[in-house]
Design a protein. Structure first.
Length: 171
């Protein structure tokens, strides 16, 4: 009986080993499935990493283009500033010439007060000359009347025709 008990013991142990072996085969299958799943996840991760690398490369290319655009803009801005400086220098020179000419004109220009005063003097001088001339003409008319070249009516008419109003004198 002992041998039977040993055999039963061995059979139990063999069943345990077989059960354990079956459990291990199930675990191995689960591990293989997990490993396969991890390979799929790993492939997805590789694809995501590649997409990220591509995105980083795109961003780097964009940054390079932006840097080049900024350099172009800086060159264009510098050209614009130089052109603006040249233009403003030219305008400054023109303003200086205009200011010089204006100063010369102002220095030689007469003022309204000066013109008014000179015109008044000229009118006064012209009026005096006309009065002197009129009085001389009137003197000649009277002299001619005295010599009986003109009669009194002609003399009065000629004197009245003069530029200045004369007091009427009896002839």
């Amino acid at each position: 009986m002992e041998s039977q008990s040993i055999i039963q013991d061995i059979a139990k142990k063999l069943d345990i080993v077989l059960d354990t072996q079956q459990e291990m085969k199930g675990s191995i299958k689960d591990l293989q499935a997990s490993q396969q799943e991890m390979r799929g996840t790993q492939d997805e991760m590789k694809e995501s990493i590649q997409e990220l690398r591509d995105s980083v490369t795109d961003v780097q290319d964009s940054q390079k283009e932006i840097r080049e655009s900024i350099k172009d803009f800086q060159v264009t801005q510098q050209d614009t500033l130089e052109a603006l400086h040249e233009f403003s220098t030219h305008v400054d020179d023109r303003f200086e010439r205009v200011e010089t000419r204006l100063n010369r004109v102002e220095a030689t220009m007469v003022t309204k007060d000066y013109l008014d005063r000179k015109l008044a003097e000229e009118r006064s001088d012209g009026g005096m000359m006309h009065r002197k001339t009129d009085s001389k003409v009137n003197g000649v008319i009277k002299e001619l009347q005295a010599r009986q070249v003109f009669d009194a009516a002609t003399s009065s008419r000629l004197i009245a025709a003069g530029p200045f109003k004369q007091p009427s004198t009896p002839a």
